[in-house]
Design a binder for this molecule. Structure first.
Ligand code: NAD
Ligand code: TYD
Length: 363
């Protein structure tokens, strides 16, 4: 894995750093002990969890370089002073679950589009200060985007210049956020880079998503709701590889450019579920075929030539990453059980009750 030794950006503002991928980025970056200072700004929605950063906060050397601020990226009063003290902003903050975007899209627009706008405006303010000689340079903004902005790709692999055809409220909002970010590069010359990562999995993954939902349900011998025929295909990227690629693009990416972050681990949902059940020693009979997600994207796949040319290579093979993930969930019930209670129960009922009541054997 290629990594820079001396980071260009010593003071980072990491928005959404209490979530799944953002917290991995923060933990890994702080553990390098290279002097990087990180401020995390996170709204602590249902998906944010300060426990994800416990390793950083419990380590005195890391804690001295770290600050946690609870707040909304769409609130300019909170954002502006934090951006003023940052060399770079890495924006992970988002509403991130497709199924929730289908139930209630408005929060996705607020955070994934308007929130990005507030971050961009704060960067523009700092660009003006840099031009006036009040700071050395404008902050760089890395916008974390997703392969879902390409829409469903039946064959071949999406390249960075391809048309965006997002098909869910989530992916449409993410496309809006990254298009706006790129427009600030073109229009105002702001230093913006964009990554489009593929489906990510690993420790600390919120149990609403396929892999952690199915692992934790299976541990409890509960049914696993597989949408439609289960032959949809995703390209599974280990979380530390995704976080590492984002760090690499932050340091080495060219301003105004977009970088795909694929994994080259394309699998059907059925194959993924069979593999995790095998690792857990649980039977396939737990799997139930349920009503499909409306507008369900059949396949995502991206070409990774551009990121490879920048010097990045993923490290984790899928089978090893999945085994490590299953084992982590088995060993960390104290992390996920509280998440699967309270508000969660209402969400689970809304999303799955009728589906499971009308489910059938998954064959
Ligand atoms: P997540 O849902 O686990 O975490 C999102 C974090 O953002 C949470 O900590 C939440 O509290 C915070 N947040 C939400 N709204 C906020 C707001 N308005 N202000 C401040 N904080 C807010 O998401 P994740 O899976 O870690 O994804 C991180 C980023 O990566 C997202 O932008 C997502 O679109 C993108 N992405 C995710 C995947 C994936 O498979 N998980 C793949 C590609 C891209
Ligand atoms: P998900 O983890 O929600 O990621 P995304 O929709 O962003 O790719 O879903 C991954 C795949 O798993 C997707 O094809 C939908 C499917 N899926 C199910 O079959 N059942 C479920 O309960 C969930 C959450 C997802």
């Amino acid at each position: 894995m290629t990594q820079s030794i001396e980071p260009h950006f010593r003071r980072l503002l990491v928005t959404g750093g209490a979530g799944f991928i953002g917290s991995c980025f923060v933990r890994d970056r702080m553990a390098r002990r290279d002097g990087t200072q990180i401020v995390v700004l996170d709204k602590l929605t249902y998906a944010g969890n300060r426990a994800n950063l416990a390793a950083v906060e419990a380590d005195p050397e890391q804690a001295a370089r770290f600050r946690f601020v609870v707040g909304d990226i769409a609130d300019s009063h909170i954002v502006a002073p934090l951006v003023a003290e940052a060399d770079a902003v890495v924006n992970f903050a988002a509403e991130s679950h497709v199924d929730r975007s289908i139930l209630e899209p408005v929060d996705f627009l607020r955070t994934d589009v308007l929130g990005v706008h507030v971050l961009l405006e704060a960067c523009r303010e700092q660009q003006a200060r840099a031009l006036a000689g009040d700071r050395a340079s404008a902050p760089r903004l890395l916008q974390v985007s997703t392969d879902e902005v390409y829409g469903s790709v039946e064959t071949g692999e999406s390249r960075e210049g391809d048309r965006l055809e997002p098909r869910s409220p989530y992916s449409s909002a993410k496309a809006g956020g990254e298009l706006l970010a790129r427009s600030y590069f073109v229009t105002y010359g702001l230093d913006v880079v964009i990554t489009r990562g593929s489906n990510t999995y690993g420790p600390f993954h919120h149990p609403e998503k396929l892999i952690p939902l199915f692992i934790t349900n299976a541990i409890d011998d509960q049914q696993l709701p597989l949408y439609g025929d289960g032959l949809q295909r995703r390209d599974w990227l280990y979380v530390a590889d995704h976080a590492g690629a984002i760090g690499h693009v932050l340091e080495h990416g060219r301003s105004g450019e977009i970088y795909n972050v694929p994994a080259a681990n394309e699998r059907t949902n059925r194959d993924v579920v069979a593999a995790l059940l095998e690792r857990l020693g649980k039977p396939w009979s737990l799997v139930r075929t349920v009503a499909d997600r409306p507008g369900h994207d059949r396949r995502y796949a991206m070409d990774g030539t551009k990121l490879a040319a920048l010097g990045w290579k993923n490290a984790m093979p899928f089978e090893e990453g999945l085994a490590a993930t299953v084992d982590w969930f088995r060993d960390n019930e104290a992390w996920w059980r509280p998440i699967k209670s309270g508000q969660w129960e209402e969400y689970y009922r809304r999303q799955y009750s009728a589906r499971l009541a009308n489910s059938r054997d998954a064959g």
